[in-house]
Design a protein. Structure first.
Length: 607
């Protein structure tokens, strides 16, 4: 076996037996648990089933905490079942390095079947991490083992071939294929896909068509269509039609869906179907980053779309006898095409955004391009076009109007990190928005993204003017402070609340601010100060401490007094609350707290 250090990317191919997903690992774990003796099974099955359910629901952090806490020692028969759930949690998180480390530290004395399972999982994890050499490290250990079934040996040999593809070692992959075909019977779609991929990577398109003929999986059919297109065996228009058919049936399989769009782009380009070529490329760019990784056979990036836009724009310009420099005629043509042929209009706007005669026109054309793309596609396509292209060296070079819209789209898409990057580059508000509102929005996004330093600086700056803010702004500002408290930044939240308090004139809002200041103090363990603030909030501005707000504030104050060791004061506050509380549930809660105070006093006396 050869060893290499190059890294590369490849399509996600199936191995001979079905690839074990996180769900497959969970099933294996539960099956293993079922093989234990009844007493051992009864002791672990309920707990392990609960942890497996957490992994399936996506709560992998909690699941791993419970595995670390409850997994028995390796000498216990249930250890292996718990270990499989651990691997499943790592796989769900795509934490391939954690699987590698775990497999490198297997305890002595565990059964050989489990060792083989763990090393196979580790090799698969390294392939998922695009580390072919790392995968071969584990595959060597597997192939040198004496006790392995022919089926397992065949699978490991196929994984070795895949590792060479990952590292772009095509000659080694081809040699390994020849050796494999001598040693094993070839009768599966997964083998055809693997062999066909190698032949395509070697530009042996006609051989790839032969290898992939009859394959039934969508992955194999895409490769077959690509081989037929490249070899000239299939007409481009027919490949385009077949690719679009696969697009329609793979919507829930993002990686294949994206590859189908890219194949449609290739076929449309060969068929001179420019509208479909542009549309397919636009769709291909609109995928989350996890499925947007380029591979050697299905490549599409933002620069490809820009180049296609420009080529199509020149073709339209030539047919329409548009002169470069006659910007008004180009704009008129683009406007005329917007409703009937949006991709063509976008091509013309892209051309004008680069070759327009004035900066103002170039900016307007870019805005029209982005607006049209937003209207027809997922916002990720716009994001890729303007932030993942060599045509824009930085976010600051993207027109402000486009960045403002990308902020809203990124927030809606849950990409807070990207929204924060945009916010840092946008210091001035968009048209029609007040500067203070925009600064507050920037601060909120930065805080969501974990950039507390810059977010707090913006929040503090909003209060520097010492001008009484209006109630609407105060409520929005307080919402951001609540989020700071949720994130644990209680000291900063408390300081901002203290600064805001004298700027607010409304006694109701002041009463609320005192309560939230108390919350921050309590979270910091400063219970005496928290109790004082809660009690001030209870009756601030002449409000009755017996209303619902006052009762809640006093209840929290009593808790803080007890935590501060002032149990007599806490008892007094609780008793006053009982006098004014009629709700049975609240009275029961107060009485429980009083009983707890007696226990605390008794414990202190016993010392």
């Amino acid at each position: 076996m050869h060893v290499g250090s190059q890294s590369g990317r490849m399509p996600d191919l199936q191995s001979g037996s079905r690839r074990r997903t996180a769900a497959g690992m969970l099933l294996a774990a539960l099956a293993l648990l079922a093989s234990l003796t009844p007493p051992a099974r009864a002791a672990s099955q309920a707990a392990l089933g609960q942890v497996a359910a957490l992994v399936q629901s996506g709560a992998t952090g909690l699941a791993l905490h419970l595995v670390n806490r409850d997994q028995p020692s390796p000498s216990h028969g249930a250890w292996m079942a718990w270990e499989k759930v651990r691997y499943a949690a790592y796989a769900e998180r795509h934490d391939w390095d954690a699987i590698r480390q775990r497999a490198c530290a297997l305890p002595a004395g565990i059964p050989d079947d489990f060792v083989q399972w763990a090393l196979t999982r580790a090799a698969q994890a390294q392939l998922s991490a695009h580390d072919g050499a790392g995968a071969r490290f584990f595959l060597r250990r597997l192939l040198w083992r004496e006790r392995a079934t022919p089926q397992k040996l065949a699978r490991w040999r196929r994984m070795v071939i895949r590792s060479y593809l990952v590292d772009d070692r095509l000659a080694d992959a081809e040699t390994a294929v020849a050796a494999y075909e001598q040693d094993f019977r070839i009768d599966s779609d997964s083998w055809s896909v693997l062999h066909g991929t190698i032949l395509l990577r070697l530009d042996r398109y006609r051989s790839a068509v032969a290898a992939l003929a009859g394959v039934r999986t969508y992955e194999g059919r895409l490769l077959l269509l690509l081989a037929g297109l490249r070899s000239g065996a299939y007409e481009p228009q027919k490949v385009l039609m077949r690719a679009l058919e696969i697009v329609r049936v793979t919507a829930k399989r993002p990686a294949l869906h994206r590859q189908a769009w890219i194949l449609a782009d290739y076929a449309a380009a060969d068929a001179k179907n420019h509208a479909q070529e542009l549309s397919a490329l636009e769709h291909a760019l609109g995928f989350p980053r996890a499925t947007d990784a380029s591979d050697p056979l299905f490549r599409a990036d933002a620069d490809d779309l820009w180049n296609s836009y420009l080529q199509v724009a020149r073709s339209i310009g030539n047919r329409s006898r548009l002169l470069v420099g006659d910007d008004r005629a180009w704009v008129a043509k683009a406007s005329a095409l917007e409703k009937r042929y949006p991709p063509y209009a976008r091509a013309l706007y892209a051309f004008l955004s680069i070759h327009g005669g004035s900066a103002k026109l170039r900016t307007q054309a870019a805005k029209r391009l982005a607006g049209s793309l937003f209207a027809d596609h997922d916002g990720r396509a716009v994001r890729a076009l303007f932030t993942a292209s060599s045509r824009f060296g930085s976010l600051a070079s993207v027109p402000d109007a486009i960045r403002y819209r990308m902020v809203d789209d990124a927030i809606a898409d849950g990409d807070i990190g990207f929204a924060a990057r945009l916010m840092r580059s946008l210091r001035h508000p968009p048209p029609g928005e007040k500067a203070a509102d925009w600064t507050l929005r920037r601060a909120r996004v930065l805080i969501y993204a974990g950039d507390f330093q810059h977010g707090l600086a913006l929040l503090g700056g909003l209060l520097d003017a010492k001008k009484p803010p209006d109630d609407r702004f105060v409520r929005r500002y307080l919402q951001v402070i609540f989020e700071l408290q949720t994130a644990g930044a209680n000291r900063s939240a408390g300081l901002l609340l203290k600064t805001m308090f004298p700027l607010v004139s409304d006694p109701v809002i002041r009463r609320q601010i005192l309560f939230w200041m108390a919350d921050s103090e309590k979270a910091r363990g400063r219970y005496r100060r928290a109790a004082e603030l809660y009690l001030r909030s209870a009756s601030y501005g002449g409000a009755t401490p017996d209303d619902m707000w006052g009762q809640t504030a006093r209840y929290n104050a009593a808790y803080a007094l007890a935590k501060a060791g002032l149990t007599a004061d806490a008892r007094s506050v609780y008793r006053h609350l009982l006098d004014s509380t009629r709700n049975p549930a609240r009275r029961a809660a107060i009485e429980r707290r009083l009983q707890q105070l007696w226990l605390l006093d008794a414990k202190a006396s016993a010392k």
